[in-house]
Design a protein around this ligand. Sequence first.
Ligand code: FES
Length: 130
Amino acid sequence: MTPWGIRKKIKAALVGSSGPTPTEKLSLTMTLPSGSSHRIDCEPGYTLAMASQILETPIATSCPDGGCGGCVVDIIEAAGLRAPSAAEQKLLDEKKYGPNTRLACHAKVDGSGASIRIRTIWTMDSIKGT
Ligand code: FES
């Protein structure tokens, strides 16, 4: 237990008060640029970027404020994904990524069944600036 229940408050903010129970595990499929597919289990309210942290090579994220568009993924099956927020949709439109794309740092998982194709994975070069 942390002082003031900060973890519980953060989790409630991410999941929302009307979401599924916090202990429920949701599953989705992530396909890496190499073509290998992986079933991922995560908690409700996780973003795709957060859920991918279980992979050996997670989705590359490039900014702290969700404004670069570098974490774009292709959506094969959208089941279980929360609809894009206005901010995410605006960025998707500006970048002209197309209708079957989402930003991994914005897109949240509310149910099972999603399937995505990752365009860019995190590598050591991601932080070297090369
Ligand atoms: S990492 Fe920059 S928009 Fe997602």
